[in-house]
Design a protein around this ligand. Structure first.
Ligand code: PHE
Length: 347
């Protein structure tokens, strides 16, 4: 029996040493140490031994079991470690490979200029308000003293929704003047930026959708001087102290007197020519029209329930894209809407 046990120990330890997987190891455990295993089979014959031999063999059998159990644990640890090693190697991440940069966008150049303009007017005490792009003809035209038959009401200029021409895409932000005057009592001091729509062919300075910023101030004693002061200070803040601009008399049905303000063309510096060619940015004019303005017409004030003998006001409506073109030195308005990142990245 002693020999038998020693043989089991020898073979068992060798087999465990050679086991190549955890599954093979488990199979060996059952074969060597299990209830139906080799060692158990030998122990079952102990009864046949003499009382003197029994404890000696018993001790030997225990040491064989202990050796095999110890070897089993040891081999299992080795195989576990090898498996972990293999897994780590397979899942290895090369932390030295350069990462993919996350590109962050930024504000659109037109919005940057809008923000600058809003900041300046908020600093002057204006309140920024928002209004509908789908507007009633009443607000876009009638209440602004633009009568039936006026050319700007023409179907070739305005996008209408209804056959009776009562609902439209606003052609200007000026209806916000009416909305402000109907909703609040003077003093009124608002800025209303937003989209407007006209049936225009797109060119370097036109687009069928563009943005205007409407301004309206109504109070006692407001004069044309206040209007000029506000606009000149805006232009100096946006274009610098040496910005060149001019006011031209003009006509709007809802202001009297009315004017337009131009800025000297930033491309040709007022000459109307670039390298002997007609300047493409201002069409040879030397000036870029930025806004219309004037003193709110007494009829318009009255229509909104404001007494023109007590109150007066000024209003202006400027083209945001035109402002951005001058501010950012953009030569073609269409670039602002194309959203080509090669263009946008420059700002
Ligand atoms: N709404 C006019 C336009 O679109 C501009 C304007 C606004 C003129 C306010 C006078 C007063 O041309």
């Amino acid at each position: 029996m002693k020999q038998q046990l020693e043989q089991i120990r020898l073979n068992g330890l060798r087999a465990l040493d050679e086991a190549q997987s955890l599954a093979a190891l488990e199979e060996l455990r059952v074969k060597l140490l299990g209830k139906k295993g080799e060692l158990t089979a030998v122990l079952k014959t102990m009864g046949k031994l003499s009382p003197e031999e029994r404890p000696v063999m018993g001790q030997l059998a225990n040491s064989v079991r202990a050796d095999m159990e110890q070897k089993l644990e040891q081999r299992k640890a080795q195989l576990d470690a090898a498996a972990l090693e293999a897994k780590l190697a397979a899942e290895a991440i090369d932390v030295t490979i350069p990462g993919e940069p996350v590109t962050l966008g930024h504000q659109h150049p037109m919005n940057q200029v809008l923000q600058e303009i809003k900041d300046i007017f908020v600093g002057l005490g204006y309140q920024v308000v928002d209004g509908p792009e789908v507007e009633l003809a009443q607000y876009n035209f009638t209440k602004l003293n633009i009568e039936e038959g006026h050319p700007s009401r023409d179907r070739s200029d305005t996008f209408y929704f209804t056959d009776d021409d009562s609902l439209l895409l606003r052609t200007q932000t000026s209806p916000m003047q009416i909305r402000a005057m109907e909703n609040t009592k003077p003093p009124i001091c608002i800025l209303a930026p937003g989209r407007v729509y006209r049936k225009d062919e797109a060119d370097a300075t036109h687009s069928p959708m563009f943005h205007q910023i409407e301004g309206l101030v109504v109070d006692e004693g407001i004069t044309m001087g206040d209007l000029k002061g506000a606009l000149v200070s805006l232009m100096k803040r946006i274009y610098g102290e040496d910005a060149v601009m001019r006011f031209r008399p003009h006509h709007f049905p809802f202001t009297e007197p009315s004017c337009e303000m131009d800025m000297q063309c930033h491309k040709c510096h007022g000459t109307g020519e670039v390298d002997g060619q007609v300047c493409s940015t201002c069409h040879g004019e030397g000036w870029i029209e930025l806004l219309g303005a004037g003193m709110v017409h007494p009829k318009v004030l009255e229509g909104c329930g404001i007494d023109p003998s007590k109150y007066s006001g000024f209003a202006f409506g400027m083209g945001l894209e035109r402002m951005a073109m001058g501010r950012m030195r953009i030569n073609d308005l269409r670039l602002i809407f194309d959203n080509d990142v090669r263009f946008l990245n420059q700002f």
